[in-house]
Design a protein around this ligand. Sequence first.
Ligand code: SAM
Ligand code: SF4
Length: 452
Amino acid sequence: MMDDSARVARRVFIETYGCQMNSADSELVAGVLRRAGYSPAARPEEADVVLLNTCAIREHAEERVLRRLSELARLKQSRPELRLGLLGCMAQHNRVSLTEKAPWLDLVAGPDSYRRLPELLSRARFDPAVDVRLDRAETYADMVPEHQGGVRAFVTAMRGCDRFCAFCVVPYVRGRERSVPPQAILDDVRGLAARGVKEIVLLGQTVNAYRFGEVDFGRLLHLVADVDGIERIRFTSPHPSDMSDSAIEAMATERKVQPWLHLPVQSGSDRMLAAMGRGYTVGEYLGLIERLRTAIPGLALSTDIIVGFHGEGDTDFRATLDLMRTVGYDSAFTFKYSLREHTRAFRLGDTVSEGEKGGRLAEVIAQQERISLERNRRLAGERAAVLVEGPARRGGGMLAGKTPQFKTAVFPAVDSIHPGDLVTVCVESVTAHTLQCAVASADREFSDSVCT
Ligand code: SAM
Ligand code: SF4
């Protein structure tokens, strides 16, 4: 049944900031609102409700959203009936200051409040509605997300985080760790397979800590792999300390689970890792990499790195550069430490100046570019199985897709090749970020052999 809000305001525009968990949450919100009678608007100007789904991980992310909110305030001035809402981590993090900084907001809702959105929007017609209750049990297992089209879909396997790393706001804004029942995940995956989705990315802040009854993360990978029509499975982000034998076994034995792992390390200094409360040493992390590489031939690795955390000296920073070379990551997301209210490290303050952080960041980025290029060069002349996604970003009659190692491959478009096809390509030349390829054959066979 449709509620009042649906009769008054029917078109919703959702703008998403931050990580893939947020993209998945926006799809969930779209599903909740669709059932309440809302349909999607293509632009804010055409919408009755505009929702920003936000990120609080770094100050920079919050500043972007505040600037966007000011722009939208002007739109609301010209159309006072427009309802403007802020969702997600920033809503949870800044619940008090937000209503002062952006008094024109009609709605503020945290990540555990999405099933109440229709009712909140109904209330927001008269007064600002705020709901930032965290709920230890909410998994939205009974809610069907409105997935966007494409060959790849993101499926939330677990929500929240219990690790409380000293720098990180996630446990405070997304609440405690909880796993989605496997049946709900599998129903979603089956629905996606029926719509032609070929690749599933399982999501969670520490996704490999997944456990629901007897089903651990390794078992979940096997269950998802049993779904007909799904060709590829990935997951992000696993935590190094939760990388169990069962998960490694599933990666090693399940053909559909791709040889790619995003394994955030954050720092290459034991002193920093301890201060961050990451729960592993450099030696333990490297031991895990060795186990993974032994079990999964051709494994590609990416990571997250923070520079300039409280107390990071030059020696600590050099240790991070060393670790990056030792592992030889295929790619890395690199960040300047951003002090976040509520976190354990907040009261310690900053010890590394903005200028020094900037210098260190530039150095890790430059080094990673060199490593990525070197690793990609090894692929020249090899074959790779590519799941075709669509036209390449730069156009030019090229198609793009991903290799099993999650590298972007581009190749000339051919009429017989469509999104969702698995094609074998031959790598002709490389940059740090892209493989330029020629189509070797358009069959469904995997072949890792050298091009002939
Ligand atoms: N759960 C994942 C893990 O444990 O590695 C990471 C999730 S977090 C959304 C993504 C990345 O943001 C982190 O790996 C970290 O590198 C970065 N990050 C988190 N808090 C940060 C902060 N206060 N300043 C800078 N980067 C931060
Ligand atoms: Fe944040 Fe640490 Fe949890 Fe990752 S594991 S979300 S970095 S607290």
